[in-house]
Design a binder for this molecule. Structure first.
Ligand code: GRF
Length: 194
């Protein structure tokens, strides 16, 4: 793993990439600790690709062709090429296989847009909003072999406010997603420095 004073991570993303951008910016503005040289995206043309490149990270587009095992083997090869120890999922829309999760046990982190265990799955904000919750939230958690079931690292809550649309509700939650990842990166950097 090379230099023990820094941690090397990759971001896996499929879409817009606002979390990826937040993660890259935060890691870059810190005085060392966590380095993120690589973003992997499984969707050609996704906005996250340009965002990552603007921030100086390499972005590899590894599309889902062939079997899941072949796709994951290509991802693992890229991770190994860059000496990646930690994986930050940021709107990555594929489910990782148990074999992949075992390879990076307790070193894969995901941001989920609900207060898990409530509203797992693809549309946390939409599901929470339509259910009429008064308080919602976001969860940073380790990834295990289940879907949105791994050990919780931290959660933050936010209120549904009068007049909220799904868009305003989501926007409030997204700010907390960014905070959770920034705080986690800070704690990893401290760990590396210890
Ligand atoms: C976020 O809400 C994240 O919690 C969910 O997917 C969304 C990704 O947004 N898993 P972005 O691509 O980071 O803007």
């Amino acid at each position: 793993m090379g230099d023990n004073s820094k941690i090397t991570a990759a971001v896996l993303a499929s879409g817009g990439g606002s979390n990826a951008e937040n993660i890259l910016r935060h890691a870059r503005t810190r005085a060392g600790g966590v380095e993120i040289p690589l973003v992997i995206c499984d969707k050609a043309g996704a906005p996250v690709i340009g965002r990552a490149e603007k921030l100086g990270a390499d972005c590899k587009v590894i599309e889902r062709t062939g079997t899941k095992a072949e796709h994951e083997a290509a991802i693992i090869a890229a991770l190994e090429e860059y000496g990646i120890e930690w994986i930050f999922l940021a709107g990555y829309m594929a489910i990782l296989s148990p074999a992949f999760v075992a390879l990076y046990k307790n070193r894969i982190v995901n941001i989920h847009p609900s207060l898990l265990p409530q509203f797992p799955g693809k549309d946390g904000y939409g599901d929470a909003f339509r259910a009429g919750v008064i308080t919602s939230g976001v969860t940073l958690h380790y990834v295990d072999a289940g879907v949105d079931t791994g050990p919780v690292i931290a959660q933050k809550t936010f209120p549904r406010e009068e007049g909220d649309t799904l868009e305003t509700f989501r926007a409030r939650g997204m700010q907390l997603e960014y905070e959770l990842y920034r705080e986690f990166i800070d704690s990893l950097a401290k760990r590396a420095a210890a």
